[in-house]
Design a binder for this molecule. Structure first.
Ligand code: IDP
Ligand code: MG
Length: 149
């Protein structure tokens, strides 16, 4: 079982999309292993997006992420990193398929509602950064109804 880091960005929180987003991951059959609403400092946002620090949009991206509270989550499940990215949709909402979160709820790349780890290795780093206290240990009793043995 794989884990991924998912963050509802400040626009997603302000627009009341927390429940809708959680519901999509939950109904799919993934398990919520960590969850917190928090505001992050500039240095923390810069660390999260360190790989993009040379991009022209980096300062605007950091401003966006610190503009209000975010919801940080860890989700677990089979292939959850790649499947999570599919649920989220393409980075540019104009290229995101309807039915994806960005396809359904976003217009602008700089207001694209949600973040999801792009690889198992990024997920490991991001979970360590956002959840230094650790995450919950549990599995749904419905597990055999969602996953083959
Ligand atoms: P991702 O969120 O789909 O993984 P990344 O390339 O990792 O996309 O970029 C991180 C975030 O930076 C995007 O979700 C988006 O909010 C912002 N971003 C990416 N490209 C652009 C751009 O060309 N202009 C403005 N913001 C951008
Ligand atoms: Mg990314």
């Amino acid at each position: 079982m794989e884990q991924t880091f998912i963050m509802i960005k400040p626009d997603g929180v302000q627009r009341g999309l927390i429940g809708e987003i959680i519901s999509r991951f939950e109904k799919k059959g993934f398990y919520l292993k960590g969850l917190k609403l928090m505001s992050v400092e500039r240095s923390f946002a810069e660390k999260h997006y360190a790989d993009l620090s040379s991009k022209p949009f980096f300062p605007g991206l950091v401003e966006y992420i610190i503009s209000g509270p975010v919801v940080a989550m860890v989700w677990e499940g089979k292939d959850v990193v790649l499947t999570g990215r599919k649920i989220i949709g393409a980075t540019k909402p104009s290229e995101a398929t309807p039915g994806t979160i960005r396809g359904d709820f976003a217009v602008e790349v700089g207001r694209n509602v949600i973040h999801g780890s792009d690889s198992v290795e990024s997920a490991r780093k991001e979970i360590a950064l956002w959840f230094p206290e650790g995450i919950a240990e549990w599995r749904s009793n419905l597990h055999p109804w969602i996953y083959e043995a």
